[in-house]
Design a binder for this molecule. Sequence first.
Ligand code: GTP
Ligand code: MG
Length: 418
Amino acid sequence: MAIGVIDKGAAGTDALAELKELLRTAGVATAGELVQARAEPDPDRYLGRGKLAELREQIRRDGANLVACDDELAPRQERNLEAALDVPVIDRTAIILDIFADHAHSAEGKLQVELAQLEYNLARMRGLWTHLERLGAGRIDGGIGTRGPGESQIETDRRLARDRITTLRRRLGRVERNRGVQRARRESSAVPAVALAGYTNAGKSTLLNALTGAGVGVGERLFHTLDPTTRAYEHHGRRFVVTDTVGFIRKLPHQLVEAFKATLEETRLADLIVHVVDGSEPEQVRVEAIAAVDSVLEEIGAGERPRLLVYNKLDLLDADQRRDLLVGAGDAVGVSAATGEGLELLRDRIEAGFLETLREVELLVPYSEGGMLSEIHELAGELDRTERGDGVLVKARIPATFAHRFERFSVNGTRTVE
Ligand SMILES: Nc1nc2c(ncn2[C@@H]2O[C@H](COP(=O)(O)OP(=O)(O)OP(=O)(O)O)[C@@H](O)[C@H]2O)c(=O)[nH]1
Ligand SMILES: [Mg+2]
């Protein structure tokens, strides 16, 4: 049974479509649904009293044995709902964590999900704990006997959870440092790094495969990819590396953002973030998805990186729909990762974005410095070279951060010295 509270203005839309999709991904069939339009969920019971009675009735009628809520529930709301409904109640966060747990394959992914789950559970234990503590404190006799067996069990559980959290953080820290080393190696090679970011199911993995010919797993369900994959392609003689990583979603549990910070680091440090949007979704869904991705990018410190918006799945749109999508969409590029349409334009745009960060240099490299020539070649991709008596005259565009290395060969520089 899917339930949700929506803003009054949002009435009429399939408000719980995404929750049902999440449930489907988690392997749960939805027997029925109930939406309440009100400004804010009830702080104690999530739904209003009248709606709650209605829900109880509907659960019986539809034969539901679980209630799934579209928002993260406070421990108190969850307890009160369960008491009132007599069936287990889970919230959006628990469902997403469950899907992540199911889809985590790498050692790092598993550690990250376990960390997020423990933190989610610890918050719940704490809720229960304060509740019991208050009960104990309120007893007239006080002192001995107020610390029941339930309390000490919770204390033990919390301590174990905290110990495990510390261990997980330490292990993840090690993995992260190792990743930092790899990244530093890549940065020094000056290969432009592109990160694909976007809502889950937008087609990021499909696009990575289409751009690079990689064989990354694609899934029609949500959160198919959790581990980052980096692949390379060549365009106009220059190598580009592209990283595909975990998808975002509205109300992404903050425990997950926290736990996946290291993975998302690839996105934060990219030269260009390609924000992939499912162009076949209705406008309102698209706008919300873009906003959700923007806010996660902001949260992980990638808000300021250069960004390119890409509308995917053009093959599902007719000519009118394409026009509505792309006219007035500014710099955005339309593609179909499925058919390959628009990919050449996308490669050009990625290249153009990178070229903007380059500085034009004119160098005279003596024949004795052959090593320098190949280094310049690697940085610049295509270059314009003229053999002369005193060396090779090179005109090239190289990343600004590397320009200083070749200063002593600079033709302009020589002129100044004269
Ligand atoms: N028609 C059409 N379907 C596409 C296109 N690109 C991707 N898809 C489909 O969309 C679904 C999701 O694709 P993925 O590439 O797994 O999406 P993702 O963004 O990597 O998703 P997560 O890893 O879950 O975040 C799959 O069923 C793809 O086959 C496209 O250009 N056209
Ligand atoms: Mg994917």
